[in-house]
Design a protein around this ligand. Sequence first.
Ligand code: FAD
Length: 551
Amino acid sequence: MGLVSSLRFRRRNNKTFLRIFMILVLSCIPGRTNLCSNHSVSTPIDLPPGNPSDIRSLLDSLDLEGYISFDDVHNAAKDFGNRYQLPPLAILHPRSVSDISSMMKHIVHLGSTSNLTVAARGHGHSLQGQALAHQGVVINMESLRSPDIKIYKGQQPYVDVSGGELWINILRETLKSGLSPKSWTDYLHLTVGGTLSNAGISGQAFKHGPQINNVYQLEIVTGKGEVVTCSEKRNSELFYSVLGGLGQFGIITRARIALRPAPHMVKWIRVLYSDFSAFSRDQEHLISKENTFDYVEGFVIINRTDLLNNWRSSFSPNDSTQASQFKSDGKTLYCLEVAKYFIPEEANSMNQETEKLLSELNYIPSTLFSSEVPYIEFLDRVHIAERKLRAKGLWEVPHPWLNLLIPKSRIFDFATEVFNNILTSNSNGPILIYPVNQSKWNKRTSLITPNEDILYLVAFLPSAVPNSSGKNDLEYLLKQNQRVLSFCAAENINVKQYLPHYETQTEWKSHFGDRWETFAKRKYAYDPLAILAPGQRIFQKATHLSPIQLL
Ligand code: FAD
């Protein structure tokens, strides 16, 4: 080996060694313990070293189009889950991508002299502090609204939006052009960056995949402050890392989202089952067909009185007399909820297709209810519930939610134990359950799912009632979640948490399984100081390592 090639070899080996060292360090740092399950208490930890006023003046010295605020940080100290309260040092209200890039570069430059971390905050609808940065910088992504939403028509229509845009605004804007995104979440007052960092799963996901499967291009500010455009073909490693990447690799500043022609109306149908096997068989039948409904979901109802009468405010029974004789009390029932999109001129053929599909199902005949609503009303349905809950003071309460992805092969075991033995009533909130066709999903994203073609999303979505005891009490609901998880562990049901939350890095490693190493490598590549999204508690800011520019 000549001298030059020997030096090159050694340099390459040194680089490789440093790389491996970094990955090991990043992956061996124990998860932060400061965010433990204390409720609405702030625990001062990991304050940036040095005089806080020095750090303030350093941040203040940045030349920005937007601004930094050091006061009025309490809103960014909590989230929808309402269980953690961890105030940031500052909030950046960016007006441009370069504001975000400058902030990131500045913090990278400070390197190990500061513990400052950065959390992009979408609409703050996380559940366990994922969008918080204790004594760090929270970036208020909703300030980043420019340039405006831009729609491109043509063979493959799409819309370019800011990462801080709310899905409801995208819907309103695209509908003006007769277009709409394909895949949704049940609630639209969430941001593009927030849902793309997770997946974005709803009743359309069996057909179109989750929202992360319906993105053509992203603009990202990485953990090094670089602004990178990426897509399936360009910087694809970054593209797939960020999708479902829990905010670990970069901040989504823009996204190009696939569109389709928008329907005007939706036929929205509910039917009940008393037998779980019949219910899940029908759900799976519907998601396996080419010509089927446009939306398939379902939920569990445990011991509800007068259920069908309550539905009458928004749905009409197919047979009023039969429906009034049906009793729900004391029973565990499964509601299949489906929807068919249409334009008024095609109402007849839509009705024929719907009747044909319904004739293939085995629901309880007296429980068929339906309604026809405008498309936007259907998609924005949870907002109506939000308004009602807000009016009763029941929106801003703790939300001990648990979302699980369960392989089809074990859903019966899961349902039998959980819906009959662990849960004895519908606690204060819905329990969703529906299958999705994972075979149609892109497997290159960072989203972690059980390894089967058909998965069930099961979402326990209770609201804890403050100062209550019994089944609506926060501690009770948390214990109930734990019982569900313990049952899955004991029975070896390979569930994966969706919107995952863990206390330790060992649990994170087990969540990622054989994909942990790739995840840690990608972290090293795009955010080597582990500055981003500290509230996920996967990595801790690297304070003892050289700043990346020295590597
Ligand atoms: P935030 O809570 O602000 O952020 C979430 C995470 O993403 C944080 O780690 C944050 O740092 C990071 N992040 C935020 N913006 C960016 C960005 N621009 N770039 C990079 N990282 C970023 N989910 C579903 O899939 N399907 C549903 O049907 C569904 N329904 C919901 C209904 C309600 C009422 C609520 C409260 C939540 C629901 N969710 C659903 C969960 C929701 O998708 C996630 O909680 C999502 O993260 C919330 O979006 P957000 O904009 O509020 O994000």
